[in-house]
Design a protein around this ligand. Structure first.
Ligand SMILES: Cc1cc2nc3c(=O)[nH]c(=O)nc-3n(C[C@H](O)[C@H](O)[C@H](O)COP(=O)(O)OP(=O)(O)OC[C@H]3O[C@@H](n4cnc5c(N)ncnc54)[C@H](O)[C@@H]3O)c2cc1C
Length: 669
């Protein structure tokens, strides 16, 4: 290694080769710390220096800010090589718990390894796991941390996601639970094949606390590592906010579980594994105008003032695990997504369409990312609105479950041109963070209007119409196509989601919470924060109420009608001119296409003029606003109280928020 350094000094070795040599030689070199400092001084800032740092972190070192190493072995030496369990735990989902706090274990080395794992892999179930397991087996030693890592997944749905305020359950459900189950299956298989049997996921049933305590005891673990669904600093200082952080119920659960584990003598360490910027760190500066409070641009500016998200680290070179498989339940015994049984005992396989549409694995996520960055990304600005998803990434479920880290996607898209290729795409992950920021500050957002007077808006109550919308039988082809695609595959493209949402809310006048709940149940990417932010905005009670007209009869998302023809095959033979409004087609055209309205395809749920329906919706909103005139300013803007912790200097003030010009006009009338 010293020779390599000399060769580098003489200009006979590239920086890349030097860094690689270091990574290979590091664990075996007693002089490694001194050598590291030497090399750190040699290599100029840039990728090789970053690679050097990553190699050290992968080997279990912690580095202080001046880049000098604190090798784990300094305090872990006595116990190195002994099996000190290290298990990983996530709250609702997969994760890790780690142990290494028995005698001689090093308190710093373990986090260094886990941090490296965490940065390279995103989490599963809104936190932690992923694989890149293809790369795990190669390379030298992460074992410097002493002890082993075990992966633990505890299922305890009862502890996740019942909104105490609304009485509604927002636990992961339906399609997204199926995704989680299959993601675990694939992750488990990756770990076993690439690392060894001892890396297999240990499945346990909840409650979380005893399950993790028992797992830790069985493994001899001393510490538990988990991706964060909460922010401890906020939790410690403000119980009110802690009641509803990223996902209100989960946060409280995680904090309770962490406290219980610590009280039982386990070290607990959590990581931000989900977001580019943790929501509690983002404070909007409203002292100068760069967009209305709570909309994207002030949020982006506030994020820009924060330290950039850490770059993804390389995948750890090797993960130390126990020699044999852990003993626990099988994944199927957990019963995350059971299939109902028919009277004859056969199962109703409701997830066949999801399986057909997706590769639910980390390899699938990485492939999908590559395909998108090659083909869709360059066309994103021009073609993202098409219903057939030709230019969008289709990465949302992978991001949600952590099979793809947001940091990795951000870094990769930047590497391929970033905003110069597509400004809009480059802001997508900011929207994602914004949603969690909103949920942090409005934990009741899934069911309660952010603009409080809107809670008094009058809605229709028509269960039959709601059912028709859910099942894609509204008689409006684009809406039906979208809702059927959702039912079959668990996903639809954003413009179609918007058309379907606007149709429910503005044209049928059914409460947006019905839509939010249905999407929560049927989307494979169901994300409490994003879903409720978008439904609040669709319902106009969110911070960024939609200020555009979405017509269920528009063909702009599906100009050639192919999307409708695919998902509503009973209309496939209709000429494209009529496929988005079959009721307008001449009788002989319908007959020739084999379409019988009210027979092969339903009549429209409403024949009313669409503009008049939108106007009625606006008037219902205006009536609700009039019940609280103190929350509307003289120009007709809605006002809200700024939640504590949301801004740099305006917390607690009453501030105007974006309000559609149409509503302002109605107010003035
Ligand atoms: C009514 C409604 C409900 C929605 N519910 C969800 C949901 O539960 N889960 C979910 O992930 N997305 C939701 N979205 C946002 C958006 O439609 C999806 O993220 C997007 O369609 C996923 O496809 P993609 O991965 O190809 O997106 P791309 O356009 O390729 O964007 C890349 C990623 O950016 C993020 N993103 C994109 N748009 C948004 C947005 N508006 N807000 C926040 N993050 C965004 C997602 O993580 C997405 O995967 C909803 C949209 C609407 C209109």
């Amino acid at each position: 290694m010293k020779d390599s350094a000399n060769l580098y000094r003489q200009g006979d070795l590239s920086a890349e080769a030097l860094q690689e040599d270091f990574a290979r030689a590091l664990p075996d070199s007693p002089a490694a710390p001194a050598l590291f400092a030497d090399l750190a001084a040699l290599l100029p800032p840039g990728p090789q220096r970053a690679g050097l740092r990553a190699a050290a972190v992968n080997a279990g070192w912690t580095l202080n800010p001046s880049f000098s190493p604190n090798p784990v072995s300094a305090s872990a030496g006595a116990g190195r090589g002994a099996l000190r369990g290290r298990a990983l735990a996530t709250n609702a989902g997969g994760g890790w718990s780690g142990g290494a706090s028995d005698a001689g274990a090093d308190p710093e080395g373990a986090p260094a390894l886990v941090e490296a794992l965490d940065s390279a892999w995103a989490p599963l179930d809104r936190s932690r796991i992923t694989a890149r397991a293809d790369e795990l087996a190669g390379g030298p030693k992460a074992a410097r941390t002493g002890g082993v890592v075990a992966f633990v997944f505890v299922s305890s749905p009862e502890e996740d996601g019942d909104d105490l305020h609304s009485g509604m359950s927002w636990r992961p459900a339906g399609a997204s639970l199926y995704w989680l189950q299959e993601a675990l299956r694939s992750f488990d298989a990756d770990l076993r094949s690439k690392i060894g049997a001892g890396a297999g996921v240990l499945y346990r049933r909840g409650p979380y606390l005893p399950a993790l305590q028992q797992a830790a005891a069985a493994l001899g673990a001393g510490a538990v590592y988990m991706g964060r669904r909460c922010e401890p600093a906020i939790f410690a200082t403000d119980a009110r906010m802690a009641a509803g952080l990223y996902e209100p119920a989960m946060i409280a659960t995680d904090a309770r579980v962490a406290a219980g584990l610590e009280a039982g003598g386990l070290a607990v360490r959590s990581f931000n594994t989900l977001m580019l910027h943790e929501p509690g760190a983002v404070r909007l500066d409203m002292s100068r105008y760069n967009g209305h409070f709570g909309t994207l641009m002030p949020f982006v500016r506030a994020c820009d003032r924060l330290p950039a998200p850490p770059k993804p680290l390389p995948v750890p070179l090797r993960v130390p695990v126990a020699a044999s498989a852990p003993e626990g339940l099988s994944l199927d015994e957990l019963g995350l997504a059971p299939m109902p049984l028919r009277a004859d005992g056969t199962a109703v396989d409701w997830a066949a369409g999801i399986r057909g549409a997706w590769d639910i694995s980390e390899a699938g996520a990485l492939r999908q990312m590559d395909v998108f960055l090659d083909a869709g990304f360059p066309r994103y600005e021009a073609a993202r609105q098409f219903a057939d998803a030709r230019a969008v990434s289709r990465l949302s479920p992978y991001l949600h479950f952590g099979q793809l880290s947001a940091r990795v996607l951000a870094a990769e898209s930047r590497r391929r041109g970033g905003p110069a290729v597509s400004k809009t795409f480059s802001r997508r992950l900011a929207w994602r963070d914004l949603a969690s920021w909103q949920l942090l500050h409005w934990p009741r957002m899934p069911a309660k209007p952010i603009r409080s007077p809107y809670a008094r808006q009058a809605w229709r109550d028509e269960p039959g119409e709601l059912r028709a919308w859910q099942r894609g039988r509204t008689g409006f082809p684009l809406v039906d196509a979208g809702m059927r695609e959702l039912w079959a595959t668990g996903w639809m493209q954003q413009s179609v989601r918007m058309v379907c949402a606007a149709f429910l809310v503005e044209y049928l006048s059914l409460h947006w919470v019905h839509g939010c709940r249905w999407f929560h149940y049927t989307l494979v990417d169901a994300d409490l924060a994003i879903n409720s932010m978008m439904w609040q905005n669709a319902g106009k009670s969110g911070l960024d109420q939609w200020n555009f007209t979405l017509l269920p009869t528009s063909s702009s998302q599906d100009p050639d009608g192919a999307y409708v023809a695919r998902w509503v095959p009973e209309l496939a033979q209709l000429p494209r001119k009529w496929i988005h409004s079959p009721w307008a087609a001449p009788a002989e055209t319908l007959a020739a296409a084999g379409v019988e309205l009210g027979g092969t395809y339903p009549h429209r749920l409403t024949k009313a003029d669409l503009k008049a329906l939108r106007q009625a919706n606006a008037e219902a909103i205006n009536a609700a606003r009039r019940t609280a005139p103190h929350l509307v300013d003289r120009n007709g803007y809605d006002m809200i109280e700024i939640p504590k912790g949301a801004t740099a200097g305006e917390d607690g003030k009453i501030m105007r928020i974006f309000t559609k010009p149409e509503y302002r006009k109605l107010w003035a009338a």
